[in-house]
Structure formats: structure tokens, C-alpha cells
Design a protein around this ligand. Sequence first.
Ligand code: NI
Length: 549
Amino acid sequence: MKKIVIDPVTRIEGHLRVEVEVDKNSIIKEAYVSGQLFRGIEMILKDRDPRDAGLLAGRICGVCTNSHFNAAVSAVENAYKLEIPRNALIIRNLVSMALFLQDHVIHFYHLHLMDYVDVSKALKADEEKAFIIAKKYSKTPYNNSLENYKLKKEKLQKLVNNKKLGPFSSSYYGHKTYKLNPEENLILISNYFEALKFQTDISKAIAIFGGKTPHPQSFVVGGISSVVDMLNVQRLNDYIFVLKRAKEFIDNAYIPDMKLIASVYKGELKLGLGKSCGNYFAVGGYEMKDGKTLFQSGVIYEFDFENIQNFEESKITEETDRAWYKDDKIFYTDLNEDSTLKTRKKDDKYSWIKAPRYDDKPMECGPVARILISYLKNNESLKPFVDEFLNELDISLKDLGSSIGRNICRAIESAYVAENIFKYINELIQNIQYYNTDTCVSYNFDSTNKNANGRAFFEVPRGVLYHDINIKNGKIENYRVIAPTTWNASPKDLKEQRGPYEQALIGIKIEDTSKPLEVLRVLHSFDPCISCAVHVMNLKGKKISKNKI
Ligand code: NI
């Protein structure tokens, strides 16, 4: 057995380390995925005013800021049994849904694309050929002109000449498993640059109703505070304008680019590289005017698509058998000389991430879970988006449970969200026209029950987010978070079951053990957010080897 260590795994959020063991044929037999960054935001939340929970919990992550902000404020509202006005809910959804688009586009182009694109080859591309190839995947490819490709090539050449490769500087150029031809590489690199502009643009949309981004501040317990923005026609128009441009980019660049990669790497897709554990769960949500929801909830066991179970939160447990927590003490670790992990005890703890399980099983949450469950539960408005990919690529639903499948689901979800976001805006405009301008429900904090428990479940870009708050004497007594990456990047559990990242790595063949690109493809396909994933489980020193929600 040979060990391969990648530490840190880059192009993600936070500090992720992976250690894989390969046999003599360079096939991965064992994997240890580790969150290396201790967070402890729960400790900061303790003894604070519950009305501040949102602003503090938002600091859990610099990327998923409004997801935690929203979940924390909602958990407090749940504790105090406050039902916020529809307009406030729409505004929160407009901020959250714009984040879906921002996150997925950044992930595809800036965090993951270089695992499939060889930048060095793009310089050899023929612009005319690129122009024709782009039309294979879209009737109206984004910025598809000879002039654009020439400009992008010059830009790239300049970076190479000045030895300022920046984000392209440490890729595995020339790796045997890169499959795109020079023109395909150029098309994708061209949109890589365009996606940088998309990032700036969509941030503005989030800030219109969030006050700012990252770390929006307009959600308050009981509703929203960005009332002036909601009632300002210009601000509404600005949001619509940015979202229309975002939709144009998603439809004409992201979707065709995803089809291009999935077509060229179809062998990997059909082989199911980066295979899912087969257990999925989603909590659904984002209710629309007609009462339907954007996503459906449910549970799938072992790829059994025929029998979708209802989601029951009482089936969630958490444990820290292999995470560096025990009772209320924390174990630290450092590295051996061969850079393998040294744990303080022989108990083989190797991560700051705890291990949530559903019905005692590891579960994958996120885009694949949402798409599969919503599709199988007959979400009619989602169906055409999914069928387009299944038919054009000639693949099955099960094929989506793979590295490339995860990316396909993210692209599908982006197009689907980008279309539906306009329904919420229209509803908001209609409400305002009919003089329904409520944005907050009033409550008297001083006379509110001082002891209360609340929780909130949300579908956020990387999967299911859970916040749980205990309030005692009007102060936060205990706070608990299970983030999407906590599920997906979890370590092994008491039963020795691997977490979804680890399971996805088993059986993968590494072409060149000095350049383990295949490992990055698998890990990046989950869009890891380690800043989000690490959470203390209990602050009171109670037994925490296995905890039920
Ligand atoms: Ni995050």
C-alpha cells in the first residue's frame, strides 16, 4: 500500500486534507478525508442575545454567509413561533436563490474547471474551429466570435509571457487524463474569464436586498429590514436586470459548457467515477405562490429510485468517533515525519468534522439529491431541465450519482432556479401593487417566552443546512449546526462506514501518483466548504458519542 496525501486541497473553501491508500495497481483502497480547521462559532454564540444569532452565525463561512444568516434568524423565529410576512420570505428567497447561481457558477468555472481543462493547450487553438465547435452545444453560444477567442488567447499568452499565471499556475498540465482538444479548452477558458464578471454582477443582486455581500445584514428576527429597497422601483429593476444577464450566461455558457465536458468525458461519466454512496436526502422548500415548492423532500436508500421515503428529522444522529472531540475536551493533532496524521491517542481520530448519519447511514445531500428526489416526485417544472441532459447525453438518472453527474445537477439546478426566480419577483411586485407591503411581524422580546427551542432546515447550494438553538432566560444556551459539507465530508463512524467523499474515492485508479488529479476531480465535484463543515457538537460535556436530534 502506498499513501498519497493532498494537504491542503485547494480551490475550495476552508482547509481540507485527504489521505488515500493505493494498491500496486494504483487503485484507491482506503481514504481519510479530514477537515483541518477548528471553528468554534458555537462557543461565541453562547450566552448571546438570540436576536444577534443571525449576524454571528453568518460568520461561520465567508462564502455561505447568507445561508447561515437566514437559517439562524429562522431558527430563532421558530423558537418564538413567529410567522414572517410573505414579502419578507420572498426577499429572503431572492437573496438565497441568487446565491445558488453565484455559488454554482463560481464552483464550475473557478473551483473545478481546471480539473478538466488544460490551459496550456488552449494556446494552440484555432479560433475558427472553436467558433464551430461551440455551436455543437448551443444554438447561441456565449460570446462566440473569432475576435473574442483571439482576445482571450492573447490574454492568456500575456499571462504566460509575463510568468504571471496566477490561478492557472499550479495545475497538472499535460496530465494523461485531460481529454479536451485545444479549441474546447479555449472555449471553456474564454468563459472562465467571463464568469469572473458574472461573479461581480450577481454579488450586486444579493447586496440589493441583503444590504451588502458577503455577510448581508437585512434579515431580522420577524422579517426583513430592507424595506426601502423593496419599495424602490429602481432597486427592483436593478435586481431583475442582473438576474436576466445571469440567466443569459447560464443558458448560453454554463449549460453548453457542461454539455461539452460531459460529452468529452462521457467514458468517466458512464463508469460512474466518484460514485455516490447511493443514499440521498433532501428537505425541499422554497414555496411558490401556487403552493408548490421549488424542491421536494425525501430520502433514497441505495439508489432505490422506486421507493422514496419521507424525510423524518428524528432519524438524524451525530457522532464523533473519529473526530477530534471527546466529551467536552478537544484533541489536537500534528503530523508524522512522512506527513501522515498523528493522533494524540491510538483511537485514530482524524478530522474536525463530526459524522451525521440518517437512519444510521451516511447520506449525500446537495444538487444530486435535490434533482433526483424532485424529479422522481414528479416536479413537472423541473422535468424538462433534467430530461434535456438525460436525452442529449444518453445517460440515466443513476449516472448522475458520479463526479460529472454532480456537476450536471448543479448546472441543471442553476438553469431551473434562474427561471423560477422571476416568479418570486413577479409575486413581490404584485403584492406591492395591491398595497400589501408588510415586511415584519411585531413581537415584544421582553415578554416573549424566555425559554424556547427552535430549529430550521434549508436547502442551500451545497445541500441541507440545519441550525438548532436552545434559549434559556432570554440568552442562547446551546447552538448546533449541521452543514451540507458536514454530511458529505464526514469521517468514518462507529460502524466504520465511510463518509460520502471517502466512499466516492474508493476504487479510483490513479494514473500518476505524483499528480493525483483523479482525487481532486472527486473531491471538487462535491464543492467542499470546510469552513461550514466544522462544528462543535456539545458545549456542556454531556456524552456525545452518539447524539439524536
Ligand atoms: Ni460555506
